[in-house]
Design a protein around this ligand. Structure first.
Ligand code: 1BN
Ligand code: ZN
Length: 368
């Protein structure tokens, strides 16, 4: 099992928000894998601190460990076998387009699994105007409270593409990211997180018509953002990470040109450092997906999507169990966990963050 850095990450994120020193872990830190440095002796920040000026492309090196922030050596880790079970169960419901009985069953499954993990969840039911008329849809919003109410939203769509001509079960496109998110939730719930984590399972990502043509897509994410805007709660979302189509046996995720550049940079840098470069390509693609409504609302967002290798199975009957793997889910989990640490904004979070940084800031970098 792989020790997680989630607690460390969220602890450090508090520095971003409040500019204060991170607190030391409650218990003895676990060793970091696989490229861990030994834990520093104390949680004292390095000498070079918050007032350090940064420039675009500047590289900073912090020669200390971040493992000191880990909660405990026994922390629950992501279990790809559990995630795989979630994936299989969803596929077993059959095609799950918005408004279908199968999606309703899938929704109940997600809610039951969240409950079993001790995670509070609510349904956000809404009526969507689609090319087929008004359709009832429901997002699932699960909350893992942190020390702070500021939150990171981790998102997956759980509906599958409506397909009149063949049986589409969305093993990767729908089930894989939802499975990973459920398992991530179980792991994160076991930890004391600094920031609140929101697991957002959105309905109606897929177009009701065969073609992806606005506004016939991303119904759930658009509704979520509009509702948050109305409730004036958007400001507490510090970042949104979207997972989509992450089950491919030969996972290959390109950098998405629509995503927030600094967020993409730090995730891809993390992937490289962790040895996942073969799955996280430095090539660039551009995808429209559930991150777009968040981006439009000014929230730093990134889409981690394999729209490259898997595109041959995309929206085909071959998006099935034969073409996905548990291993791919595990790889993305490690990356997602690592990326939390890197969400720290360098100018604000330098205190107490002990890692090697390659800071590439862009005009999109800062959201205050
Ligand atoms: C992702 C999975 N998408 C649909 N199912 C969004 C998308 C639409 C990605 C068009 C690429 C092209
Ligand atoms: Zn799709």
């Amino acid at each position: 099992m792989r020790p997680s850095v989630v607690a460390a990450i969220l602890l450090a994120l508090s520095t971003v928000v409040a500019g204060q020193q991170p607190r030391p872990p409650a218990r003895t830190p676990a060793p970091r894998t696989p490229a861990a440095k030994p834990p520093a002796k104390s949680a004292a920040p390095p000498a070079r601190e918050a007032s350090v000026p940064f420039r675009v492309g500047e590289t900073l090196t912090y020669d200390v460990s971040w493992s000191q922030f880990l909660t405990a050596g026994t922390a629950t880790s992501f279990d790809s076998a559990r995630a795989w079970t979630h994936l299989q169960k969803q596929v077993a419901f059959g095609p799950r387009p918005a408004g279908s009985a199968a999606l309703d069953a899938c929704r109940k499954y997600i809610l039951a699994e969240l409950k079993a993990a001790g995670i509070e969840a609510r349904q956000q039911v809404f009526m969507a105007m689609t090319p087929l008329g008004e359709m009832m849809m429901a997002n699932i919003i699960a909350t893992i409270p942190g020390r702070r109410s500021d939150r990171i939203v981790l998102t997956s769509h759980y509906d599958t593409k409506r397909s009149p001509d063949f049986r589409f079960v969305g093993a990767s496109d729908g089930a894989s990211s939802t499975a990973a998110l459920l398992e991530l939730g179980r792991v994160l719930k076991q930890r004391q997180n600094e920031l609140t984590i929101e697991l957002l399972f959105v309905d109606g990502e897929e177009a009701v018509n065969w073609e992806w043509r606005d506004p016939d897509n991303t119904y759930g994410s658009r509704y979520y953002v509009a509702a948050a805007q109305k409730a004036n709660t958007l400001g507490s979302i510090k970042a949104m990470v979207l997972l989509d189509m992450i089950g491919d046996k030969n996972l290959l995720v390109k950098r998405d040109a629509n995503s927030t550049p600094w967020l993409v940079d730090i995730i891809w840098n993390t992937a490289g450092r962790l040895g996942y470069r073969s799955s996280f390509s430095m090539e660039v693609g551009a995808v429209e997906d559930d991150h777009v409504p968040f981006l439009r609302a000014g929230i730093p967002s990134v889409d981690i999507i394999d729209f490259d290798n898997y595109v041959r199975y995309w929206h085909t009957a071959q998006d099935d169990l034969a073409h996905v793997s548990a291993k791919s889910l595990q790889i993305v989990d490690c990356l997602v966990e690592a990326r939390h640490a890197h969400l720290l904004r360098p100018t604000q979070c330098i205190q107490g963050l002990h890692a090697q940084w390659n800071v590439v800031r862009s005009r999109h970098a800062t959201r205050t």
